[in-house]
Structures are given as structure tokens and as C-alpha cells.
Design a protein around this ligand. Sequence first.
Ligand code: HMG
Ligand code: MG
Length: 317
Amino acid sequence: YSTNRVRIVEVGPRDGLQNEKGSIPVSLKVELINRLANAGAVNIEAGSFVSPKWVPQMAGTADVLKQIKKKPNVHYPVLVPNQRGLQDLLTLLDENPSSPPLTDEIAIFTAATDAFTKANLNCTISESLARLTSVTRHALDRGLRVRGYVSVVIACPYSGKTDYKKVREVAEELIDMGCYEVSLGETVGQGRPHEVAEMLEEVKKSVPVERLAVSFGHFHDTYGTAVANVLTALEHGVRTIDSSVGGLGGCPYSPGATGNVATEDVLYALQTSPHQVSGSYQGDTIDLEAVSEIGWWISEALGRESVSRVGRAIRAR
Ligand code: HMG
Ligand code: MG
């Protein structure tokens, strides 16, 4: 797969903030999303329609969608775990018709192990896939596009090393049900580049690399291998990287996992390389310095320093 255009999905406002202790004001989430869009991000996860008992940090996503300053050509996907979440979103869209709509994309999620799926969705993998099949059909009928996630593609905090064949099977099912792409989540951040390579080669047996090319990459940086893993994924044909401004995040159901790979760190690694990061469909690029500043701003708003290596280096210059 030869294109050198790399697409970044900015997951900071969702995957980043969902792991914060305590609740986060809607106004802060809205400002984070607006700042990212102004810096050139074109895919920005805006929140989740999940149970507030499970993930209280994502409460208020409906208000976030209503309040962000929507830019044309920017997608603001939201996570939806079940019919209830989709119904809440569709009601919001019906009650607030606008052009462009409040959002045009949902993300559904499952995992490669039953233990993780149980912790994250309170069901087995196959139960989750059955639910998600009807969620996806319904969302597609309503004109939304659907992105799929598979968590714990290298290792699982509850069941150890992941069977890559299971990753392949689940990814294939998500594509078959209608997801335009599948993001393979290296949720715990223990993965090494050679393991990422092996996993990807397995998944590519069943899912065309183009569908992964625009969908793969969710490397959390627990052991410091995240940027190396991103580059390995690019070598294996993947062209979409999920990353998080300021390295925000982790997963509430993945004990010990630190933040996601920082968007700034990915952007820096790709600067002056043959890979061009798409900052908009017009061909602009994302502004590294601006993203780095946003990483500092949001980290300081949360009471700490940016953990992005590049963010720290830029500030020290
Ligand atoms: P459950 O307890 O089995 O669900 O949870 P339930 O159907 O029995 O409902 C329990 C209560 O939640 C009920 O309320 C429902 O109405 C309500 P009550 O009667 O007790 O007052 N409820 C909802 N409320 C709001 N929105 C909804 C919803 N559904 C039910 N959509 C459930 C099942 C799926 C709801 C729960 O497990 C859940 O919300 N899980 C989401 C967990 C989550 O958001 N995890 C983080 C995102 S995934 C991730 O981070 C990984 C990723 O980044 C990739 C990677 O890095 O690996 C994507
Ligand atoms: Mg994640």
C-alpha cells in the first residue's frame, strides 16, 4: 500500500479525558476540541454516549456536540456501546438539525479477549458483536459512518498475550458489519515493534490493508515503545494513526496503562519524512507547534505538565 498520506485521528478529548479522575467541565472539552480543529486536526473524537455510571468523565457529550464550533470537513466521532447510546445520539441529532450535522460518525468498540470485553462492556466478544451489528445497521441507515475498535490486540491486562487470530477474526467481523475502518488498539502499551508487525501481518490475511491503512494505530505509551510501534505500523502499510494531544489518556479498564502516544510526538517523527500528515482535505498539514501548545494548555488545565516528549522539547527551546 503505497500512499504516503497519513491520517491522524485525535482521540485526546475522548480517550484522553475519559481517564481523568473527577469530572471535566463541558466548556473545557469544547475548548479543547475547538483548539484542535483550529490547529488542523480533521478527525477529533468528541466524547462517548456510554453509561455515566461506568465512565462519568464522558457525561455531557450531548452538550459538547451542541457547543463546539463545527468546522466543515472535520469529523467529530463519538463512541457508542449499544442501542441505547445510539438512540440517545439520534434523538439529539433529530432535535438539533444543522448543516453540517452535530456529528456524522460513531465509533463502536469491542476487544480481542472475552475478559477485556467483560470489563469494558459487561458482555462476551460474541455478545458484543451481535449488539454492534444491529447498532451499525441502524447507524448506517441513518447516514452515519461507523468506525470500529478492537482493544487489547497485543496483550490483555486480564488474560495475558493475545491470540492474533482472534484479532483478525474480530476485525473482519467489524468490517463485514459495515465499519469503514477498524482501529486496532494496543490498549495496555506493552507491545514491541516486532509483535506489532506479526499481529498486523495476521490481520492483513483477512482485512485489506487499505481498510487498516486508514484505521490502525492506537498505541498507548506505557513502556515507551509507542512511536516505534507507529513507525512499524507505517512500514506495514497502515496509514491512520490514533493519537492524543499532550499524551493524554489511557483506559479506565486497563490498570497501569499510561497515556496514549502523543500527537505531537507522531507529528514530529513524520516531519521531513516521505509521509505527509493530512491536516485537512485541502492538503494543509497539522501545525506541530500549535498542537504542542494545546498539549501544554490542556495538561496545565488538568493540573500537570505535558507528558509529550516533543511538547517538552519545544517548550525548552
Ligand atoms: P451494563 O451495566 O451491562 O448495562 O453496562 P445495562 O444495559 O444493564 O444498563 C445499566 C444502566 O446503564 C442502566 O441505567 C441503563 O439505562 C444505563 P439504570 O437503569 O441503572 O439507571 N445505560 C446507559 N446510559 C447511558 N448511555 C448508554 C447506556 N447503556 C445503558 N449507552 C454498558 C453496559 C455498555 C452500558 C457499559 O458497560 C458501558 O457504558 N461501557 C462503556 C465503557 C467505556 O466507555 N469504556 C471506554 C471506551 S473503550 C476504550 O477506551 C478503548 C478504545 O480506546 C480502544 C483501545 O484503546 O483499546 C476505544
Ligand atoms: Mg484507547
